[in-house]
Structure formats: C-alpha cells, structure tokens
Ligand binder design. Structure first.
Ligand SMILES: Nc1ncnc2c1ncn2[C@@H]1O[C@H](COP(=O)(O)OP(=O)(O)OP(=O)(O)O)[C@@H](O)[C@H]1O
Length: 271
C-alpha cells in the first residue's frame, strides 16, 4: 500500500448478478482529494459499482483496489466511511443517536478499549456537523428517515475516514439539511478527504464536485470534468435546479457530444 496509489480503483471490472450483467468492463481510478459524483439513471449500476469497490459485491472479472491493495485483501477499514443508499439507522436495539454515531469510532479504537476524549470529541463534532447534537440522547428509531440518514453520515464522519463513500446522501433530505451537508463536504475536502458520491440531484454539492463519472447500463459513458457548459457525457446539468438529465435534445446548447447508446427519447433521471 502506498500513499501515491489511487484511493479507489477498478480495472476492467465486470459484475454479473443472477444472469444479469450489471457492470461491464468498468475501469476508473480515484485519486486523493477528489470529489467524484457518480451519476446515471435508475439501474445503471451506480450502487453496484461503489459496493463492488468496497468488496461487498463479488467480481465476475477484472479487479478492484483500495489505497493500492486489492479490496479482497484490504484490512484498513478505518480509512473508509460508507453510507449505503436508503439505509435506516435503526438497529433493532434501542440505541441512541450518540451510540450509533460512536460505533463509527470502533474501527479506530478497537472493541476492547473505552472511548477516549478524542473519540468523544469526534462523535460530538460529527453530531454537530449533521445538526443532530440536540437529539443525541434520543433513540434512533424515533427519528425520521432523513434524520436517520444524517445519523449514518455522522457515524461515517466520526471515523475520520480518508475515503467517504455516500450513496445518495441527499435522497429524502430537506433543502436546509442538503446545504448543511454541502458545508460538511466542504470541510472534509479542506481536510483532504476523498469523496465518492452517488447522486441523482446534484443540489448544493455542485460547486464542490471535481469530477463526474456517468454510468449507463453498467458502462462508463463519461469520466472527467464535472459539467463544462452543462454537458456531462450524455447528460447535462440543469444549473438552475441542479438536476441531472439524460435527454440530448434538451441540451441548452443544441449540441451533443458523448451520446450514450440508449440516447433517444427524454429520459430524465431525477426523481
Ligand atoms: N442482487 C442483485 N441481483 C440481481 N440483480 C441485481 C442485484 N442488485 C442489483 N441488481 C440489478 O443491477 C442493476 C443495477 O442496480 P444498481 O442498484 O447498482 O443501480 P443504481 O444505478 O444504483 O440505481 P438507482 O439509481 O435506482 O439506485 C439493476 O438492474 C438491478 O436490478
């Protein structure tokens, strides 16, 4: 493992689930400090790609690595924070918000050691960052879906990860919380955290994104600049509303490059 190695990489990654090819020959390399938005329509393979990079989905071909180590052999999980899509934070046991966020420190401090002052400070900081400090003593199960999502983001933040992977962090989250989250991301970027974020609506994160990767039917159709002139290889960003569309004919510039195979009728991917 070397520090100059990509934070996350895939080489010719292929994933077949059931009989269905879900990722087809995907190669990418995310380097330290990038804020990468992963875009694409429903079912294009975004969640599968991040889960594959994290070793949660088996490869049918190719390889994936984290910090230069093949994911299958990677053991430094404290460096990774991951918030899955639409995951509730309720654990089935009557855990409080603070307890759930504290569990994000476990990989750093180990199971057998009591929480240190640094652990407690990191948890408090994470709770304040997501605006849930006031709710710290409440049971997670009593929080709304959007608030539970913020608990999970706080849990990931508490671990001070080098790579933070977020699968639709803004789904079901109100506008004010999305703005607060964007401020959090800004602070993380300043600290040098690398972010890989699956998004449908770019929202307040737009200015922070340094690179976009667009998936279409399990293939990468764009990997590069965020959205020069609103174009993102087969998609364009509605800069007023920060929505992502897959409709070439709706291009505000009347021109189109990087048209994906399925280009045709309007196919908006925002929900
Ligand atoms: N366990 C599975 N078994 C079979 N097919 C699966 C499985 N998981 C995902 N798929 C299929 O893989 C494809 C990609 O799914 P994935 O969840 O990665 O897409 P996505 O781009 O994240 O979609 P969304 O925007 O709706 O979250 C879909 O067609 C889905 O049905």
């Amino acid at each position: 493992m070397t520090e100059s190695a990509p934070v996350a990489a895939a080489e010719h990654a292929t994933v077949v689930l059931g009989e269905r090819p879900v990722l087809r020959d995907v190669s990418l390399s995310v380097t330290a400090g990038e804020v990468v938005a992963l875009l694409g329509s429903n079912g294009s393979g975004k969640s599968t790609l991040v889960r594959t990079l994290l070793g949660l989905v088996p490869l049918s071909g190719g390889s994936v690595s984290l910090f230069g180590t093949p994911t299958a052999r990677f053991g430094d999980w404290q460096r990774i924070g991951y918030v899955p899509q639409r995951a509730g934070a309720a654990t089935g046991v009557p855990a409080t918000v603070r307890e759930v966020v504290t569990s994000g420190r476990l990989a750093r401090r180990g199971f057998l050691r009591f929480a240190s002052a640094a652990d407690r400070a990191a948890v408090t900081d994470a709770l304040e960052t997501v605006g849930l400090a006031e709710r710290a003593r409440e049971r997670v199960s009593t929080l709304s879906g959007g608030q539970q999502q913020r608990v999970l983001i706080a849990r990931a933040l508490a671990g001070s990860p080098d790579l933070l992977v977020l699968d639709e962090p803004n789904a079901g989250v109100d506008a004010a919380s999305q703005r607060a989250f964007a401020e959090t991301v800004e602070r993380l970027v300043e600290r040098g955290t690398t972010l890989l974020v699956v998004l449908h609506e770019v929202g307040p994160l737009a200015e922070l994104i340094t690179r976009t990767i667009v998936l279409d039917h399990g293939r990468i159709t764009h990997d590069g600049a965020p959205w020069a002139d609103g174009h993102v290889g087969g998609y364009w960003i509605d800069t007023d509303r920060h929505h992502v569309h897959g409709n070439p004919t709706a291009s505000p510039h009347g021109e189109w490059d990087g048209v994906p195979d399925h280009a045709g009728p309007a196919k908006a991917v925002n929900r």
